[in-house]
Design a protein around this ligand. Structure first.
Ligand SMILES: [Zn+2]
Length: 87
C-alpha cells in the first residue's frame, strides 16, 4: 500500500552553483521506484512520485505549476528565530 504524498518545504531560489535543482516542464519532476511521494509546499502538486527518501535528500525541486523551489528537509534558515530575538 502506498502512503499519501508528503508536503515539502518551500525555499528561496538557490544561488547558481550552490544546489542541485531539478526543473521540468511538467509534474512529476522526478519519479522513482520507492514508496514515498512529495507534493509542492506552495500549490500541492505532486512533484516527486514514488521515491526512497534517500534518493532525493539534499536536492531542490522547482514546481512547474507555481514556480516555487522545494526541498524535503526543513530549511536551515529559521525565520521565526529572527522574529523572537531576545532583547
Ligand atoms: Zn507548486
Amino acid at each position: 500500500m502506498k502512503n499519501g504524498p508528503r508536503r515539502m518545504f518551500v525555499v528561496p531560489e538557490p544561488r547558481p552553483g550552490t544546489a542541485s535543482v531539478f526543473v521540468s516542464n511538467s509534474a512529476p519532476v522526478f519519479a522513482g521506484e520507492g514508496d514515498i511521494s512529495y507534493m509542492c509546499g506552495g500549490c500541492g502538486t505532486v512533484l516527486i512520485a514514488f521515491v526512497a527518501q534517500d534518493q532525493i535528500q539534499g536536492l531542490i525541486f522547482k514546481c512547474p505549476t507555481c514556480g516555487v523551489y522545494n526541498q524535503i528537509e526543513r530549511p536551515e534558515l529559521d525565520l521565526t528565530r529572527q522574529l523572537k530575538r531576545p532583547n
